[in-house]
Design a protein around this ligand. Structure first.
Ligand code: THU
Length: 157
């Protein structure tokens, strides 16, 4: 028998510690929360994906009366980014969320499992690690890659 542990390197940063492009990305995700369509959960999520062509694509969750038909902010962003700019590689991703009380979450917003799986595909296409910024009210977690968020990713069939 063999046991092993998989650990995730996380850098916790205050907003002031972000450089200009990191701030821009986080702000784009925060702005995108305002365009969420979440009449059922009242939980507004925003995502931003910086591409290597200089464009930053925002996304927000879009809900639907047929609940499973809705989609998360991260997936609306990554699918649109690749549909619009199929040649562009992902450079960085940010996520932010506003809770049902209308305030940004204290704890950094964390992409759901399905979004991690979807984002992995684009990290793969990028051919390099794509850092993920999870924004909270006063702190941001930076993870070095989507892969670090999803050990044992499904990649082959
Ligand atoms: N949601 C996202 O947009 N991203 C996530 O990673 C987690 C959940 C959305 C889906 C739904 O519209 C609402 O948040 C509540 O689950």
């Amino acid at each position: 028998m063999k046991e092993f542990t998989i650990s995730v390197p996380v850098t916790e940063l205050s907003y002031d510690e972000l450089n200009e492009s990191e701030r821009e990305l986080v702000e784009t995700a925060r702005e995108a929360t305002k365009r969420a369509y979440a009449p059922y959960s009242h939980f507004n999520v925003g995502a931003a994906i910086r591409l290597d062509n200089g464009v930053t694509v925002p996304g927000s969750n879009q809900e639907n009366a047929a609940f499973p038909s809705g989609t998360c902010a991260e997936r609306s962003a990554c699918y649109y980014a690749h549909a619009r700019y199929p040649e562009a590689k992902f450079e960085a991703i940010a996520v932010a969320a506003v809770g049902t009380d209308g305030r940004e979450l204290d704890e950094p917003a964390s992409p759901c499992g399905a979004c991690r799986q979807a984002l992995m595909e684009y990290e793969h296409l990028a051919g390099h690690p794509v850092p993920v910024y999870m924004a909270g009210k006063d702190k941001v977690y930076r993870l070095p890659s989507v892969a670090s968020l999803l050990p044992f990713v499904f990649e082959e069939f």
